[in-house]
Design a protein around this ligand. Structure first.
Ligand code: FMN
Length: 327
């Protein structure tokens, strides 16, 4: 158990922020499997300041079961603080904390000085946290990387600045910005990191099995681990990490169960986003429920290319199940 501000967090698995995925219905679905904290997709501070409708949509959602943070990206402390004020006005009662993205390596974000670009200036990272904390009493957290590249792994300096500024929790993706999402994460560089810190630590990078999570937690001493790509189509990963940590046997969902989870998520996305947008978003998630099942290649490509409505999904899954080859 650890604390995020006043929230007592009982589990050690957190749903990572993922643009294009971690909207309200996906978070709601994943928290049923045991995620103890969720984040929104990243939201531009300037989008909020310019009152862009699409941006506002990211921060307006119903109250959720577990603490949810809105993740902001930007480069100027005062603009990020302004964005927090705007979020409070739009949906204050349903937002439980604010996070700053200091990790995104994508050029569209870094060229504005945001995301992992901030790691170049540890002092600015601290100033951002200070400015945000001045306008909200809710916890303010940060997500960082090891550094920009392997010659500038300055995470210890960044963590020190963030802690001095009063940050409430730090998540670290154990890769450099240059490594993007590729290669092995460097948990070895983060050995016993938690013992050098004063606030809760969350660890991220290649968590695809429950054992991956247990290893990352034990090397770093982190309070919690983040599930990102590994949880897409495999929500039971979250349950299994919690089970393995409790010494319980992992659960291996059957095809039948994966079909039910897949349909449940599709229904929830359609309910949130409407059928037209909802099904388009679902197409990048749905096929992954069937990784590793027999003859799933054809099924996956039908889900990507042939689903226009929720009923199409039901029909395609029925036809797959009726195919005698898979029985
Ligand atoms: C499609 C995608 C979108 C992502 N979007 C965000 C984001 O909006 N904010 C963020 O801090 N990290 C984002 N990430 C990074 C993840 O939160 C996570 O740190 C990273 O994927 C490493 O974990 P993994 O190797 O287990 O996937 C994203 C990753 C992916 C694959």
């Amino acid at each position: 158990m650890f604390k995020l501000g006043d929230y007592e967090i009982n589990g050690r698995v957190i749903l990572a922020p993922m643009a294009g995925y971690t909207f309200h219905s996906y978070r709601k679905f994943m928290s049923k499997f045991g995620a103890s904290i969720c984040y929104s997709e990243m939201v531009s501070d300037m989008g909020l300041i310019y009152d862009n409708d699409n941006t506002n949509e990211y921060v307006i959602f119903p109250k959720e079961e577990v603490p949810v943070g809105v993740q902001l990206f930007g480069s100027e402390p005062e603009n990020l603080a302004k964005a927090v004020g705007i979020c409070e006005g739009l949906n204050g009662k349903n937002i439980d904390f604010y996070d700053v993205n200091m990790a995104c390596p994508v050029t569209k974000v870094t060229k504005t000085g945001a995301g992992s670009s901030l790691l170049k200036e540890p002092k600015r990272c601290g100033d951002i946290i200070r400015a945000m904390k001045a306008v909200t009493s809710k916890p303010v957290t940060a997500k960082i990387r090891l550094g920009l590249d392997k010659n500038t792994t300055n995470f210890l300096e960044v963590i020190k600045e963030l802690e001095e500024a009063g940050v409430d929790m730090i998540a670290i993706h154990a890769r450099t910005a240059k490594e993007m999402y590729m290669g092995e994460p460097h948990f070895d560089l983060l050995k016993d990191l938690r013992s050098k810190m004063n606030v809760p630590l969350v660890i991220s990078g290649n968590i695809f099995t429950a054992q991956d999570a247990v290893n990352a937690l034990s090397i770093t001493g982190a309070d919690a681990v983040m599930v990102a790509r590994g949880g897409v189509g495999n929500p039971m990963l979250i349950t299994n990490i919690n089970r393995l940590l409790n010494g319980e046997k992992e659960i291996n969902p059957s095809l039948e169960e994966q079909m039910e989870y897949c349909k449940e998520l599709a229904r929830e996305i359609v309910e949130e986003k409407g059928e037209f947008i909802g099904i388009r978003l679902f197409r990048s998630i749905g096929p992954r429920f069937f990784n590793g099942f027999p003859y799933s290649k054809a099924l996956k490509s039908r889900i990507v290319s042939q689903i226009v409505t929720y009923d199409d999904l039901e029909r395609i899954l029925r036809e797959y199940k009726a195919d005698e080859k898979i029985l």
